[in-house]
Design a protein around this ligand. Sequence first.
Ligand code: AMP
Length: 215
Amino acid sequence: MNANEISLSGFASFNLDAAILKALDKMNFKEPSDIQAQTIPLIQQGKDLIALAQTGSGKTAACAIPVCNRVDTSRTHVQALIIVPTRELALQYATEAQKIGIYKGVKAFAIFGGEDPSLQQSKLKNGVQVLVATPGRLIDFIYSRQIDLSQVETLILDEADEMLSMGFYDDLEFIIQCLVHTHQTLLFSATMPSKIRQLAKQHMQQPQEVNLIQH
Ligand code: AMP
């Protein structure tokens, strides 16, 4: 199959794998949303990015599309790590990434508190390339050495302001310290409190900024 065999949409301009374009077509994603149009090219260039965006803007796919496109499916280790504040968001994010990556064979999975960790552990052992996690459960897995983050190439902090207001600053710092591989960092937030600036200053390299919040 090649990109010409499926109905070409605005997404075709992003130089995406035909299997990703097919998935977007099946999902009925015809045109990129504003945030997708602005962030996907920057993410594909490997830039660090701070994006101010609300839920409903299409921010999940803005990351999940380039991330799934980049995954090397011949390798089974975690290549993209997405940290989110809540279980609901973790499930939502992983479901969207699974749909986007389905024809390419990308394995996306969510780990979060409140569910038997052994179930999540056995799934991880089968190989997960895109891992979505809440901070607490991820740290439990790091401490118990049940997760290998040594090959993470993309780190995404989603709803970063929510995570900070829930008291996760130190947890995020700890998780970032555990990423030994050089990685791209993408930070999504609805607001930009000074703590987020601080986090970005310490852990991001000349981040590009995209602001889609209407005031
Ligand atoms: P989000 O802001 O990521 O929570 O996305 C809001 C909703 O919009 C989700 O149901 C997405 O699946 C959907 N969505 C995201 N991008 C597009 C698009 N380009 N076309 C149509 N629907 C989209």
